[in-house]
Write a protein that binds this ligand. Structure first.
Ligand SMILES: [Zn+2]
Length: 207
């Protein structure tokens, strides 16, 4: 068995894997729904309610140990991410699925503090990518929590944390890296659509 014994989180790897996955998606909005993704590892995403029904099991068979909106069932051929369809907060559900997907992409075998941090960084990059925040900042001249809550599929609480970590990392982001350039280019029409008024203002100011 491959036990992950790393004692330092590898956030670079988490961001890299999330960026690569994002670049493979056909997206036309900043409002990212992980459930619609084409995922290139063996994993199915389903609601726990539907999965229990088709497997003729009781929901409690899957949710007994601390079910918090999302979980992964590990099988040798294909893993299953289960979410709670009664969760009315779509952003929370979206984050939960992205977080579990992070554990799978990062091939975590354990669920310790470091693995949790890495999965959160993966989810953050997948739902609110750094290069996109950077482009908004450049485009608009500033960036606020409501820019995130109004445009991304993310809760207010996550928006706060995401913006905080983005500001903290601002000087370390290599915006000219190949992947970041591709990401900025991919999301450019979405950013211009969401922040059109600022673009117009920018053009006006420039003339
Ligand atoms: Zn986790």
């Amino acid at each position: 068995m491959n036990i992950d014994t790393h004692c330092k989180p590898n956030f670079k790897k988490a961001r890299h894997l999330a960026t690569e996955l994002l670049l493979k998606q056909d997206l036309d909005s900043l409002f990212i729904n992980i459930i619609d993704f084409d995922i290139d590892i063996p994993v199915k995403i389903d609601s726990v309610q539907h999965y229990a029904k088709v497997t003729k099991r009781h929901i409690n068979d899957f949710t007994c140990d601390g079910f918090d909106g999302c979980l992964v069932l590990k099988y040798s051929r294909c893993n299953v991410i289960l979410y709670d369809e009664t969760e009315t907060n779509i952003a929370r559900r979206n984050w939960g699925i992205a977080h579990e997907l992070g554990h799978l992409y990062l091939e975590h075998e354990t669920d310790g503090r470091i693995q949790e941090q890495e999965a959160n960084v993966f989810a953050g990059q997948l739902i609110v990518p750094e290069a996109v925040l950077y482009s908004i900042l450049v485009h608009k001249g500033s960036i606020k929590i409501k820019d995130l809550t109004n445009n991304f599929n993310v809760s207010k609480e996550c928006s706060k944390n995401r913006l905080k970590s983005f500001i903290k990392r601002l000087n370390f982001i290599n915006i000219d890296s190949n992947l970041n350039k591709k990401l900025s280019e991919k999301f450019r029409p979405c950013i211009e659509q969401c922040f059109y008024e600022y673009k117009q203002k920018y053009i006006k100011d420039a003339n």
